[in-house]
Write a protein that binds this ligand. Structure first.
Ligand code: TXA
Ligand code: MG
Length: 335
């Protein structure tokens, strides 16, 4: 990708990574089995040809992701679903109709042409249509779907901007397609099916309440321990800052435990008037959970760069997207 003619379209340059908006460059790279970062409405993804084992191996390597953790396949349209999966429950089609393109991933029976590497040997495949104009346009110009996990090293905070991605992978990633800040800021909600009934595999950018409005009660399984790999996104430690992080119902009490330490706070809507706090991130001054969700990971990335001794995060209201935010913060603090 050091070909001179590409430099015309470079948006800006960090180390060796091209941060671009030109789909021709993105397409050429993907057609050559390279991995590029793509924007979606949830978080950035590390994308490669879902039908190419070579490309998929590169994704796992770059992300340092264990092979037991399967990838999501991103498709261009609901009509394309029949190219990757089969035996859809009626309820899956109903959810797809309502929420696609959008932050909903469905776990469906896979077709044989989906490589086992993508699905970690399972007979199901995770599928979604991302709702980002640049990535939708890219998908429409490709002959294959894109396998893409979130564009962060395994276990760390997901990226919601091109700069976050560049920071993580430096010269190991050649191309980032820059689609601006992610609109939703939380990963997709993952729904699977058992006996044609919906089952929650991961809380996400569509609230459980909104899914249930559409299809009635969703079974919530007690995931979260290291031995249950049915949805590794539910593994207890995940989405973690490098800084020691605490998650609490009582900010004032927690702060008292860290006197003379450099403390950063992650708060929903109200500042804390206590001396000795080094940095405060207020996610939504108006108390809007959608806004808080959109800003959550960027705030964690910022806090993590401040060389603090501790980050203390406040528990959010436990409904709507507050539930997903609490889920991510809980996983960020697991040891
Ligand atoms: O919003 C998103 O979903 C983002 C963007 C890039 O689309 N992607 C994302 O991918 O969050 P990743 O790899 O970080 O998380 C995908 C989750 C994993 O936790 C994995 O366990 C689950 O999807 N998954 C994938 N295939 C599965 C399957 N066949 N059965 C159960 N869970 C599966
Ligand atoms: Mg991830």
């Amino acid at each position: 990708m050091q070909n001179g003619k590409f430099y015309k379209t470079i948006f800006y340059l960090t180390t060796n990574t091209l941060i671009i908006t030109d789909l021709d460059i993105a397409k050429k790279a993907l057609n050559a089995n390279a991995i590029i970062a793509i924007p979606t409405e949830t978080v950035y993804g590390l994308a490669g040809n879902a039908f190419s084992e070579t490309a998929i191996k590169k994704i796992f390597e770059l992300k340092k992701r264990p092979f037991y953790n399967p990838l999501i396949v991103h498709i261009k349209s609901a009509a394309y679903l029949t190219e990757v999966a089969c035996n859809f429950p009626e309820i899956a089609l109903q959810l797809a109709e309502k929420f696609w393109p959008g932050p909903l991933t469905l776990i469906l029976k896979k077709l044989p042409k989906i490589p086992d590497l993508i699905t970690a040997g399972k007979d199901t495949v995770a599928v979604r249509i991302p709702n980002h104009p640049l990535t939708l346009e890219l998908l429409s110009q490709l002959d294959f779907p894109l396998a893409a996990p979130s564009a962060n090293p395994f276990g760390s905070i997901s990226p919601t901007s091109a700069a976050h991605v560049a920071n993580y992978f430096k010269e190991n990633l050649e191309i980032i397609l820059d689609g601006g800040d992610c609109e939703k800021g939380l990963e997709s909600t993952i729904i699977g099916f058992e006996n044609n009934k919906p089952v929650l595999f991961r809380l996400g950018a569509i609230s459980l309440e909104d899914i249930e409005k559409e299809v009635g009660k969703v079974l919530v399984k007690n995931h979260g321990n290291e031995t249950d790999l049915s949805a590794p996104g539910m593994l207890s430690r995940h989405y973690s800052p490098a800084t020691n992080t605490y998650f609490t119902d009582n900010i004032a009490e927690q702060i008292k435990l860290f006197q003379n330490k450099k403390i950063g706070l992650l708060l929903f809507k109200d500042r804390v008037e206590i001396n000795g706090i080094d940095h405060q991130e207020i996610l939504s001054a108006t108390g809007n959970l959608e806004e808080a969700a959109k800003r959550l990971y960027a705030a964690l990335h910022r806090l993590d760069k401040l060389s603090l001794d501790v980050i203390i995060a406040e528990r959010f209201p436990n409904y709507g997207l507050g539930k997903t935010i609490n889920d991510r913060l809980q996983r960020a603090v697991e040891k």
